[in-house]
Design a protein around this ligand. Sequence first.
Ligand code: ZN
Length: 502
Amino acid sequence: MHESLEKLKARLAEINDLNMAAALLSWDQHTFMPSGGAPARGRQLATLARISQEKFIDPAVGRLLDDLLPYGQSLPSDSDEASLIRIARRDYELALKVPPQFLAEFNIHIADSYQVWAQARPAGDFSMVRPLLERTLDFSRRYADFFPGYAHIADPLINLSDYGVTVSALRGLFSQLRARLVPMVRTITAQEPADDSCLRLHYPEARQLAFAEEVVRRLGYDFSRGRIDKTRHPFMTKFSLGDVRIATRVREDFLGEALFSTIHEAGHAIYEQGIAQVYEAGPLGEGASSGLHESQSRTWENLVGRSRDFWEYFYPRLQSVFPDQLTAVSPEQFYRAVNRVERSLIRTDADEVTYNLHVMLRFDFELALLEGSMEVADLPEAWRQRFYNDFGMVPEDDRDGVLQDVHWYGGTIGGAFQGYTLGNIMSAQFYEAALGARPEIPSEMRAGMFGGLQVWLTENIYRHGRKFTAGEVVELATGRPLAIDPYIRYLQKKYGELYDLN
Ligand code: ZN
């Protein structure tokens, strides 16, 4: 191996070790840490982040990368070595453009902003966070300005989580999708919603967790390289490719919460567990983008976990775990309950059909704020108006409106939301390609076998890690660029069976 490549890999592995140690501290913070640990934990995380950043933007890394440029270019661009050099260089150049002083100030600001939001939200008081959000907007614009030459001011922010995706491409996709979804939502919500009262009985926690664990084990989540714990906001995290954890939450009065949160996070984890082992501790050893990641959590949660095939296998098992609650509920009633569509205020509770309208509202507002065509002060009223247009209802207060998501209060404005809808669109395109290649997948699922699907996803998506951009993965795996039609076909077929769509 090239000597400089050896040195580069060693340096990057060291930085990765620091980042994974920080991830472990953060996992503990969100699961088991007593509240008294909070101040020190914040400081410890900041220290690790600073050391990791210093080690990475060190000119010595730049020299190694310069040294490796001709070598990387002499190799096939999809080889592991060329990809490692290319992605490391991309990360390095991006990191160099943002001054450490800016990052330090931004992180302090965001910590304040988050604290205030945590009080403003239950109080429903937007005026508390407004000045902080104005500063966040200012920070977000300044961040974008470190990348002059952008076509849209949101592009550099979107690049952080969905590399290579532009506002111009997103506007095209989202406006097509919106044009199809708004009438679909209107037609469905004009009809009687499915009865989901069977999900809203008393379901004891321990049995819910045991069932969710059985489900994700069967879907392919490897417990020898993972574990499940409880938390307030479900998440997936990892400390190495051999330790990819999830955290979930349970509501004893709603069966859907633990089950679908656990499947969703296990979907993220199955993706990470499927990355090629040779990428461990290097820049390729992660999921490719937020959209691609979300496509996988959504595949397992929705396309699989809310399908008839899945429940044909699992419903009798669920009934045996909760006989008092479910013996009298038919499989069809249960299927309809887990696929109930309704107009609702909260994005994270939304069903498959309405979900993307919640995302697009936020995405459009991010663009308007960054462009300067909307003021932070106008957000609450703009939210109510747009919500009324899209959903025919208005949140009673800002708690269920502009204050509901943590994203803008714990990060930048711009780049926070597009990944969710990109993921939904991608999930259907991948799934269609998987079914084309392996038509036996549905009958395997009805027999409780999910390995066929997992193998296809691993071969075509997971194993590549960050070697390709999400857009490249879509083309490689499905033979064409990302488009909304598989997703629309999926929704029409599934919901056309449940509701009258004409
Ligand atoms: Zn997710």
